[in-house]
Design a protein. Structure first.
Length: 285
């Protein structure tokens, strides 16, 4: 598997987005463990999660616990960079709420450390700006966690260019990753992608295939992806991920999966090299 860099760590160029295994429509544990193991078998060494990837009020951290179990039962589990997040909450009624206060972020990080069973979290990302808390205060908590050695690397998510600049300043130039929504259907994070490219910061597109319920429609919604996929004898999803990888060496897509076959198919995108003409066509699609 080709690798890309997040901070000082080489990771597989395609990561696994683990959210579908813990929220609405999640599969049973056996299928989830098989999915994570299939990702590792395919050479994936980056898994994206969050404490808020759970369903009921009393199963906070469901996804982190699942990942810890899967990694402990695979011989390549130790090679994986687990990227988790804090700052979102799910009260159990289907909604997603926010708490970006330093107190919450520090408590959330401690809980994630326990669930993941590690002394330091590989990559900790501030999940989403909380309008009730000054951004500098939230990111200041992430800086403190870094300085205390609770987290090895710091990232942010759902940030605009000004927030990326501010976060990197507060972190003293130690911002290593930005995770924003980016897919054929949602391209408005191009400015953040370009800024990360200039700064040498990893850019992790979330919902790269259009999201859990729309990923299957990729080919029909964007005909150019289906046409190229057919010509190449691969899935439109694989074409989509290859198109993203070609945008910049800082791009590390994290497609979600809840089945072994989908993550295997996505992982194979690293071997699909699209031509300049194909890329131009997809850019314009
Ligand atoms: N930072 C944030 O605010 C934020 C927000 C949303 C998501 N995320 C992260 O981004 C990750 C990815 O986003 P997402 O899961 O919402 O959406 P996504 O990656 O766009 O789509 C996931 C869905 O695509 C299907 N799929 C994956 N690979 C496929 C393939 N090769 N062929 C056909 N179908 C395929 C999967 O199906 P199966 O389920 O059948 O395997 C899955 O349900 C999440 O898991 C999470 O880690 C972050």
């Amino acid at each position: 598997m080709d690798t890309r860099r997040i901070g000082d760590v080489d990771v597989s160029a395609i990561g696994l987005g683990a959210m579908p295994m813990s929220i609405e429509g999640r599969p049973d544990e056996a299928r989830s463990l098989a999915t994570i193991h299939a990702a590792l078998d395919a050479g994936i060494t980056l898994i994206d999660t969050a404490d808020a990837y759970h369903l009921h009020a009393d199963d906070v951290g469901h996804n982190e616990t699942l990942i810890a179990k899967a990694l402990a039962s695979h011989d390549r589990g130790r090679d994986v960079l687990v990227a988790t997040k804090g700052g979102h909450l799910r009260p159990g009624d289907g909604s997603w709420t926010l708490d970006g206060s330093p107190r919450h972020l520090k408590d959330a990080c401690e809980a994630s450390l326990r669930r993941l069973g590690v002394e330091a979290i590989g990559l900790y990302q501030f999940h989403r700006p909380d309008p009730r808390v000054p951004y500098a205060e939230s990111v200041g908590a992430i800086r403190d966690l870094l300085d205390e050695g609770k987290i090895r690397m710091a990232g942010i998510s759902n940030a605009d260019p000004a927030q990326i600049g501010l976060a990197n300043e507060i972190l003293g130039g130690r911002l290593v990753a930005v995770q924003n929504q980016f897919s054929p259907a949602f391209r408005s994070s191009e400015p953040e992608l370009r800024l990360c490219d200039e700064l040498g910061i990893a850019f992790l597109p979330w919902s790269p295939l259009g999201g859990i319920s729309r990923a299957g429609e990729l080919g029909s919604a964007h005909a150019a992806f289906a046409t190229i996929a057919e010509a190449r004898g691969v899935s439109p999803q694989r074409v989509c991920l290859a198109w993203m990888l070609a945008k910049s060496p800082v791009v590390v897509p994290i497609p979600g999966a809840s089945r072994p076959e989908t993550i295997r198919d996505s992982a194979a995108a690293v071997d699909l090299v699209l031509t300049t003409d194909e890329l131009a066509e997809l850019d314009a699609a």
